[in-house]
Design a protein around this ligand. Structure first.
Ligand code: DC
Length: 222
């Protein structure tokens, strides 16, 4: 049997996790799993229902109605919410915050972590999120904690949103990042933190190619 890669990439908003993971997956010809998309889809559903994404009673009252399907490939991931393709719809600042809110609710995490583990059961994957190295794949073959200075993360996220045609300001994007990271790092269950055995990579000032090269070096134990 070929070697199974289980690569965990965690880190705060805008550190470059998904872009780097996508390219690395292609280079290694393995599957990329974007776990944030699952929290976003739950956030979208709860928001559409007009419920409060911060209230566990609200969120838990509809959790059973939510059926998620992810279509995996090394080209990127598609996500379906009760059969509807919501891959693009979940990429707004409103749904980013909704995802962060619902992700603090233990029942939501139990449901999604279970799905995520199943996705990695028999395949080689590179998975990004907040708790992959600490909770989802504690036995990952490589754990990386990607980080970068706040202004650079805000700048990357701002440019990404502008490119998608969204009407945002740099200051708003930066404030949203701080709020979301604080939320994600301070929640009681599986907060964002570097796993003890993860390698921290600061991407400030590095090009995408440089980051990918470093990630591949880490994966190959160089
Ligand atoms: O990676 P992302 O920005 O798409 O994730 C959206 C939110 O989902 C993030 O603010 C926190 C939550 N999340 C999480 O709690 N655990 C994960 N493994 C992935 C995302």
């Amino acid at each position: 049997m070929e070697k199974q890669y289980l690569i965990a990439i965690d880190g705060p908003v805008g550190a470059g996790k998904s872009t780097v993971a996508k390219i690395t997956a292609k280079k290694l010809n393995i599957i990329y799993v974007d776990t944030g998309a699952m929290y976003r889809a739950v956030g979208l559903y709860v928001t559409r229902k007009g419920l409060d994404t911060k209230k566990s009673e609200d969120v838990n009252s509809v959790l059973n109605e939510i059926n998620l399907d992810v279509k995996l490939s090394n080209e990127g991931q598609m996500i379906f919410l009760n059969g509807e393709d919501v891959t693009k719809l979940i990429r707004t600042p409103e749904i980013s915050m909704a995802a962060s809110n619902v992700s603090a609710i233990p029942e939501v995490r139990v449901k999604l972590v279970d799905m995520q583990r199943k996705l990695a059961e028999t395949k080689s994957v590179i998975m990004d999120g907040r708790d992959i190295g600490t909770v989802v794949l504690p036995n990952a073959t490589t754990k990386i904690y990607l980080n970068a200075e706040l202004d650079e993360r805000a700048d990357r996220r701002y440019k990404e949103l502008i490119k998608k045609g969204q009407d945002v300001t740099f200051e708003d994007v930066k404030a949203d990042i701080v709020k979301r990271d604080t939320n994600d790092m301070s929640r009681a269950v599986s907060p964002l933190k570097k796993a003890d055995d993860a390698i921290e990579l600061d991407t400030t000032g590095l090009t995408l190619e440089e980051v990918v090269d470093k990630v591949i070096d880490i994966i190959n134990g160089r």
